[in-house]
Every structure is written in structure tokens, then in C-alpha cells.
Design a protein around this ligand. Structure first.
Ligand code: ADP
Length: 443
């Protein structure tokens, strides 16, 4: 059923009001029609109740249509107004529309069809205008909200920036502190190691069995502590970019074999078999032998530390002519997939409890990773919990030599150094296996 419209006719002329009433009734408009004869009564009616449409005579006894429209606007009364104009009043229709009328109609044109159509159009246009106004209002509100959020975000961004600066500063201080403290501790530690070694010499007089045992413990613990201090010192140097590689040409097989030989006793203590398989057509590489040894030692000591039974295997092979791969396999405790992504982070250990079974600083793998980065190498790990792990590194046969800034002696990171590189290429060419010389990559 069609909804009943509430229509207000504002006209002082009874005949004109009747004409509107008749036309709308004849057109079959379902409505409640209200009539008033002047502007003030119209404002009073519109203030007290809401209407779907107002037919407004332009000429009223107390005010004209224009000032009535302005009054409505002043009082924020919103309603679609159709102004009914007399002969010749059409001239001011434009002014009326500007003042907020939705339409106008000459009284001479009033007929049931036209009036009904004007009424329907007026309501439709008014509704559309209201929707646009509402949408605009919502847009303005969203815009205001976005502006506020943006301002808040900007404040947060600035706070985060300040926090970041503070964190960087704190991290720098921490690295400096670690470097200083480990450096300072190394001197007395070396004295402890040195004097216990002296005490163990037969020349120093005979120690009882118990005393010898105690000095040996001092020596071993001292060595272990020194190793930990060196790790912390290396890490802080790497973090500060103050660790330089000292590359030279050396035999990788020899270094790997020597490192394995050094670690063999540790493996034997745990009844672990330790195998090495080196398949290199040419085992000469250009790298820092001390740091390569450090990487292999760290991987091997982890493999031994985290393996209770079974075997450790070290495999070295040539990948491409320019790349060497070293893998350390173990049959140890393995690493949960969720933990693998964290083990290369500094101080991270899968078991971080104080009562953990396996000792260590949690710096071994981060140091390896940082050293490999300097060598343009990579490290990857595959592991199964309870079954074992394989840590695999890849390094180029020739690493880049860090270029030094003239005079100041400070490393500038790993950048290209032409003179050293040409010399190195010539040297390496002498060692390169058949066929690799032509392929050798410019580094
Ligand atoms: P650390 O050995 O001093 O704890 P690392 O940085 O060398 O520190 O290793 C980080 C962690 O990665 C270890 O604490 C251990 O949880 C895990 N991890 C490293 N190597 C192995 C391995 N071979 N088998 C099982 N877990 C390992």
C-alpha cells in the first residue's frame, strides 16, 4: 500500500489552496493535506511536525517566499519546498531555487498530472540531495578521521624513530662494553693459562697427583673461558664492522684435516665416530685460513656437542669451478623446524634455560654467518628433530679483499680491490685445475 504523504500548502488565497487540494486528490495522491495562510503559521507548522513536501505561494501577506525560505534555512528546517508562482513571477524563480526551493510551478499550469508529477519529483530530488549530503558528511568525517589517524601515525613514527636511535646507541654501547670487557679479561686469562702450563712442566718441580689434577682443571677451564671470551670479542668486532679478513692462498684440505684431528679427541670422549671425505680436484683456495678454521671448528664442536651417539661426518667438495662446499653431518638431537630460523640470531639457543644441558654462548652460528657474509659465502641447515642435522656452507674459491682507505687503516667493508685482485688471479691461475681458468669469474 502506498505510503500516505504529509503535504503542507501555504497560501493566503482559499481558492488557490483548493485548486492544489483538488488537483492532488484527483491525481489520486495518498496524502494528508494541511493548509496555512501565512509565513509565520508555516514556520510554526514546520517546526512542530515534519512534512514530505510544502507547496508555497510566493506572495504571502506577512513575507514573500524568498524570506520564508531564508527563515527555514536559518532555523535549520529541512523540507522540500515547491514554490507556486503567479503570472510574471517566474523571473524570480531562479532566486528561489538558489535560496533552497526544490522546484517551482506557475499557478496557471496547475493540473492533477503536473502537480502530482512535481510532487513526486520534488520528494525524489530532495531524498537524493539528502543522500548526497549524508554521503558528503560521512566522507568529511572519514577524512577527518583519516587526518587524525595520520597525525597519530606520524607521532608514532617519530617516537619509533627516536626509540630506534636510542636502541642503536644502546646496542653500540653494549658492543663496546662487550669488546672492552672481553679484551680486558683476556689478559689475566692468558696469565692463568700460561702459569698453569708452567706449573705442569716437569721442570717446575713435582706436583702431587691431586695438585696436577687441579692445575689441569685450571688450565682446561681457562682455555674454555678464553675461547668464550674470544667468541664475544669476535662477535662485537663483527658487529662493529671492525673485523678484517686476512686472506692468503692455502690448502683447504690441510686446514680441514688439521681441524678434524684437533677435534677427534672430543668425539672419542663421547664414542662418536668422526669421518672426513674431501673430494677436491684442487684444494687451494684464497681466503683467511684462521677464519675458515674457526668456522669448521664451530660447526664441528656443535655437531659433537649436540650428538650423544652415532657419527659425525665432514664432507668437502667442489661445486662449480669457483665454489667449494663443506658440510658437517651429525646424528644428534636435531633442531625443531620452528627453531631453525632463530639459531643464527646472536645469543639464541634452542634451550635458553639456565639449567640447559649444553653449554655455549649462542654466538657460534651468528659469527659463522657474519664471517661467511664477509666471504660472500652462505650457510644452510637441514635438520630433523631426534635424527640429526647437516650444516652446509658454500664459499667462493677466491674471496674479495677488503679495500682499505688510504692512510687511515680503517676497513671500508668488502669492496673491490683491483691491484690485489689481479695479483691474486695470477696466483690462483697457477693452482686452478684444468678448464677452470677460462671460466674463472671476475671477483
Ligand atoms: P652455542 O652452540 O654456543 O649454543 P651456536 O650459535 O653455535 O651457539 O648455536 C645456536 C643453537 O643452535 C645451539 O644452542 C643449538 O640449540 C642449535 N644448534 C647448533 N648446532 C646444532 C647441531 N649440530 N645440532 C643441534 N642443534 C644445534
Amino acid at each position: 500500500m502506498e505510503e500516505k504523504l504529509k503535504v503542507l500548502v501555504v497560501d493566503d488565497d482559499e481558492i488557490d489552496r483548493m485548486a492544489v487540494r483538488r488537483a492532488l486528490t484527483k491525481a489520486g495522491v495518498q496524502m494528508q493535506l494541511f493548509e496555512v495562510g501565512d509565513g509565520n503559521s508555516a514556520i510554526a507548522a514546520l517546526s512542530n511536525s515534519s512534512y514530505d513536501c510544502v507547496f508555497l505561494d510566493y506572495r504571502l501577506p506577512d513575507q514573500d517566499g524568498l524570506s520564508l525560505l531564508q527563515n527555514l534555512r536559518l532555523q535549520e528546517i529541512k523540507v522540500p519546498v515547491v514554490v507556486l508562482t503567479g503570472q510574471g513571477d517566474e523571473q524570480i524563480a531562479v532566486e528561489l531555487m538558489k535560496a533552497g526551493a526544490i522546484d517551482y510551478l506557475s499557478k496557471s499550469r496547475i493540473s492533477p498530472e503536473i502537480l502530482a508529477q512535481v510532487l513526486r519529483n520534488a520528494i525524489r530530488v530532495y531524498k537524493a540531495e539528502m543522500q548526497v549530503a549524508l554521503a558528503n558528511q560521512q566522507l568529511r568525517e572519514s577524512n577527518d578521521l583519516l587526518t587524525r589517524k595520520n597525525q597519530e601515525l606520524e607521532v608514532h613514527r617519530k617516537q619509533i624513530e627516536i626509540q630506534n636511535l636510542k636502541l642503536v646507541e644502546a646496542s653500540k654501547l653494549k658492543s663496546q662494553f662487550l669488546a672492552t670487557i672481553s679484551h680486558e679479561l683476556r689478559t689475566p686469562m692468558n696469565a692463568i693459562i700460561g702459569f698453569s702450563q708452567l706449573l705442569l712442566r716437569p721442570k717446575c718441580g713435582s706436583l702431587t697427583h691431586q695438585q696436577k689434577d687441579m692445575v689441569e682443571r685450571i688450565l682446561n677451564n681457562g682455555k674454555h673461558l678464553l675461547m668464550l671470551l674470544n667468541e664475544v670479542l669476535d662477535f662485537s668486532k663483527l658487529e662493529a664492522g671492525k673485523l678484517d679478513l686476512k686472506p692468503e692462498i692455502f690448502d683447504l684440505s690441510k686446514v680441514v684435516n688439521a681441524t678434524v684431528a684437533e677435534m677427534r679427541s672430543l668425539a672419542q670422549e663421547k664414542n662418536l665416530s668422526l669421518e672426513v671425505k674431501i673430494e677436491l680436484p684442487n684444494s687451494t683456495i684464497f681466503n683467511d685460513p684462521t677464519r675458515v678454521r674457526q668456522i669448521v671448528t664451530n660447526l664441528l664442536s656443535n655437531a659433537i656437542k649436540f650428538t650423544e651417539s652415532g657419527s659425525i661426518r665432514v664432507e668437502v667438495k667442489q661445486l662449480a669451478a669457483e665454489k667449494v662446499q663443506l658440510a658437517v653431518y651429525d646424528t644428534g638431537i636435531g633442531i625443531d623446524p620452528a627453531d631453525v630460523q632463530h639459531i643464527f640470531e646472536a645469543f639464541r639457543q634452542v634451550d635458553q634455560s639456565i639449567t640447559r644441558k649444553y653449554p655455549g654462548t649462542g654466538l657460534g652460528l651468528p659469527i659463522i654467518k657474519a664471517l661467511l657474509q664477509m666471504m660472500a659465502g652462505t650457510i644452510s641447515v637441514e635438520s630433523r628433530l631426534g635424527e640429526g642435522s647437516v650444516f652446509q656452507i658454500e664459499i667462493p674459491r677466491q674471496i674479495l679483499v677488503p679495500a682499505r682507505q688510504s692512510g687511515d687503516g680503517k676497513g671500508t667493508g668488502l669492496t673491490y680491490s683491483t691491484s690485489t685482485n689481479i695479483w691474486r688471479q695470477q696466483e690462483m691461475a697457477r693452482f686452478a685445475p684444468e678448464g677452470t681458468q677460462r671460466n674463472s669469474r671476475e671477483v
